[in-house]
Ligand binder design. Structure first.
Ligand code: PMV
Length: 354
């Protein structure tokens, strides 16, 4: 029985896809067009507390002004306009429990908003985790059932949030697959086994443009299927995932680099050739990429790049590349003639807030 004032807590990491998901079935189930594979950004986390508010008794329901779900993002004092998608998600979850319940959501990110990392993956994974805690689902469901519950609801918030639900390891690689038989769930996520050397992998983002993106990922997913390249990319994803899974086990760095970089370009090619077309690879990104590739290749250091649906350069690298990345930062600022911020996925172990 849910009482007014009940609380639930959770935290979840962000992630960056190395083999992207782009394009989805826009029905209520939001099934992605292709499987994907991501690296967990354990240092970039969302911390979320939910509190039930406004449980009305049926006879007083008519007389009461319905209380809306409320969102406080990174601040206890300022109410943030709740995205419609989040509102609908909460209503849908509570529909089966007590549909008159609304929530106060307090969420904190330990990473800055304009740092080139979308907070939707960690944010939605932490939100559904906090609701599961509020509903005490751990007591009522098996570990597998709970995992399925979390991933299914997280996906409806943000596809990439599905890959942020698994929390067993900070530095994990997560595979998000389509299920053949949709009995329990429509998709499945699992943690991949990887060679211990990947534990030393580091990640940072060069923020080339911190402005809000012109095309939201929801709109982008909608136009993916209009690109003549979309089906070609989707058809090749399973093979890429199988190859990368093997390369992660064997520590084949070159193959992981090659597949990640090729797939990031492939996703951006689909974006650019869709209708309407979305182009995130502006002149600055092209210059930044060319300089990175030239410096990385001439120094033969272990580092590769990827790009999300935005103009910010994500670099995954080993210690031996640190010096080159410092030099790269200086040269990049000279080349673009302005300050470029870097954010590092460095708060391993999580930072407790609030
Ligand atoms: O998480 P969504 O549904 O907003 O879509 C984002 C998809 C990309 O970040 C561009 C790629 C990915 O696989 O994370």
């Amino acid at each position: 029985e849910i009482q007014n004032g009940d609380e639930g807590y959770s935290s979840a990491p962000s992630n960056i896809a190395l083999i992207k998901y782009w394009g989805k079935n826009l029905s209520r189930k939001q099934i992605p067009d292709n499987s994907s594979l991501s690296y967990t950004l354990g240092g970039f986390r969302s911390f979320t507390k939910v509190t039930t508010q406004g449980r009305f008794l049926p006879e007083t329901y008519e007389k009461t002004i319905p209380i809306r779900n409320k969102l406080y993002l990174n601040s206890k004092d300022i109410e943030f306009p709740i995205p419609e998608k989040m509102d609908i998600l909460i209503q849908s979850i509570f529909y089966n429990f007590a549909d008159e319940i609304t929530l106060k959501i307090e969420s904190y990110n330990n990473f800055p908003t304009a740092c080139g990392i979308a907070s939707s993956a960690s944010g939605y994974a932490a939100l559904v985790g906090a609701i599961a805690d509020l509903l005490q689902l751990k007591k009522h469901l098996s570990a597998i059932e709970l995992h399925t519950w979390l991933t299914e609801w997280a996906r409806l918030g943000s596809g990439s949030a599905t890959r942020s639900v698994i929390q067993s390891s900070e530095d994990s690689f997560i595979k998000w697959e389509l299920e053949d038989s949709c009995k329990e769930s429509f998709t499945k996520t699992s943690e991949l086994t990887f060679h211990p050397k990947w534990k030393q992998l580091e990640h940072c983002v060069f923020v080339l443009n911190a402005n809000e993106k012109k095309t939201s990922s929801s709109d982008g997913h909608k136009s993916a299927s209009t690109s003549p390249l979309h089906n070609v990319r989707v058809a090749g994803v399973s093979k890429k995932i199988a190859m990368m899974t093997k390369a992660l086990k064997e520590f084949d760095f070159d193959l992981v680099q090659q597949i990640s970089e090729e797939d990031a370009f492939a996703m951006h090619a689909v974006m650019q050739t869709g209708n309407p077309s979305a182009c995130y690879l502006d002149e600055d990104v092209s210059k930044a990429l060319a300089l990175f590739i030239q410096m990385r290749d001439s120094n033969e250091v272990l580092a590769f790049w990827t790009l999300d649906a935005g103009p910010n350069l994500h670099i995954l690298y080993y210690k031996d590349a640190k010096q080159i990345l410092t030099e790269y930062h200086v040269k990049l600022q000279e080349l673009l003639d302005r300050d470029i911020k870097i954010f590092k996925n460095a708060y391993r172990g999580g930072l407790l807030i609030g």
